[in-house]
Design a binder for this molecule. Sequence first.
Ligand code: CMP
Length: 138
Amino acid sequence: MSNTTFTMIKPDATAKGYTGAILDQIIKAGFTIKAMKWTKLTKEQAGAFYEVHKERPFYGELVDFMSSGQIVAAILEKDNAVADFRTLIGSTNPAEAAEGTIRKQFAASIGENAVHGSDSDENAQIEGNFFFSRLERF
Ligand code: CMP
């Protein structure tokens, strides 16, 4: 089991000024930030990041949204990072997210759902490598 996961704070949450509050919850939940950057994806970059969802009906909407504003990308470290982070953020659809989770507090809809969290150790590595070079980690 790997001890890192990858997250993005999405354009809806950065635009609403939730970045600090979300990072605060992540840190208080015991995650260490190993790498972090504040950036904006082009449509091409968002399309490449979410390539696994290319055949899904919401792919175009997802790519438009994820390239619509600033994001914060980060690699997080903790024991059992992937599963624990998914518990912290809650269900993809905020309407189904548990009380106290980040999506319950900050997400507006299934599309604009405030944060991303890797769904497996393998994807955590792939997604972290998409944003960060070896020089940008420690
Ligand atoms: P994320 O965890 O970043 O990974 C894939 C994203 O696709 C997901 O969060 C949602 O934001 C988005 N998504 C999933 N299902 C839908 C849907 N039915 N409509 C729009 N977006 C969706």
